[in-house]
Design a protein around this ligand. Structure first.
Ligand SMILES: [Zn+2]
Length: 304
């Protein structure tokens, strides 16, 4: 299977494909009782954006990330960020990272990618005093392998998804329980979901808005969060993967509007990039490229 196909179908298998839960951790005998986890307030009085670490992706050859060939032979290390948005009316997780089974297991390599992850989203929320079962909402920028990996941990959440991404994951002609695509996204099939096009105002007050940025995938989305102290923040999803991509609007070879697509290759992606930049300019927003360590690692764990 080609890398591009793997990315498009979310099928970078590594050790994580197929059914199975992360192994249960048995307590060591005679171990002292664990410290009680901190308890977060059940609701917050202003919007918060929490940065979660959903892994690291080393890329040995960046060629697929620029259709014009300008990245060929270069290597880079991507961070893989997920986000918790806390709002007085509820909590939402944005992007679901690499598969939880990778947590603490060292590096796994396939093709140009070497991935690793320290801890799961569940553990990171627990450390903040939040039980993942209490998360009401979840949304993903798109359905590639590094953004959907821990869906099995958010069983009770309602999934907000762009209509075209939903149709990509669960083609209308094929039942959810059949076929390669359906089985890879089986964890999503169990979630109550709501589809949208254009943009979705999550809490109805304009503070958290998911907006479509198609091209990387047909239903790719980005996230706008209005914070009281920091101001507007825009999370890019994979509209760009690195700072160098944004400087020159590089379109990856495996984008949906490049590979085997009709029309001018990359035109849909570039239109999304332009619209995103116009929004960022108008808002005076802080733009965070979700895979760019220089954007993500410098942020505090919680932005308000
Ligand atoms: Zn990604």
């Amino acid at each position: 299977m080609r890398i591009s196909t793997m990315l498009a179908t979310g099928g970078l298998c590594l050790a994580a494909c197929g059914p199975g839960e992360p192994p249960a951790q048995a307590p060591a005998p005679n171990s002292p009782p664990a410290d009680p986890a901190p308890t977060a307030p059940e609701s917050v009085d202003q919007v918060e954006l929490h940065r979660l670490d959903c892994g690291t992706i080393e890329v040995s050859d960046l060629d697929i990330f620029a259709a014009d060939g300008s990245f060929a032979g270069q290597s880079d290390t991507f961070t893989n960020s997920c986000w918790l948005v806390r709002h007085p009316d509820g909590d939402m997780i944005w992007d679901l990272g690499l598969p939880g089974i990778l947590a603490g297991g060292g590096q796994q390599a396939q093709g140009v990618f070497t991935v690793s992850m320290d801890t799961t989203i569940t553990e990171q929320l627990k450390a903040r005093g939040i039980a993942i079962e209490e998360i009401e909402l979840v949304s993903i920028s798109h359905s590639h392998f590094d953004h959907v990996g821990q869906v099995d941990q958010v069983k009770g959440a309602r999934w907000l998804v762009h209509e075209k991404e939903y149709d990509l994951m669960f083609p209308p002609a094929r039942p959810e329980t059949e076929g390669e695509t359906g089985s890879q996204f089986a964890g999503f099939a169990g979630l109550e979901h709501e589809t949208f096009t254009g943009e979705y105002d999550v809490f109805g007050d304009g503070s958290v808005v998911i907006f479509e940025t198609p091209g990387h995938t047909p239903g790719h989305t980005a996230l706008q969060v209005m914070l009281e102290d920091v101001g507007p923040v825009l999370l890019t999803g994979d509209l760009w993967h690195r700072s160098e991509s944004r400087e020159d609007n590089k379109v990856p070879r495996f984008n949906a509007d490049v590979e085997g697509a009709e029309g001018e290759p990359g035109a849909v992606t570039r239109a999304s990039m332009e619209a995103f930049e116009a929004r960022a300019e108008e808002l005076g927003a802080l733009v965070v490229i979700q895979h760019e360590p220089a954007d993500v690692d410098v942020l505090p764990e919680v932005l308000r």
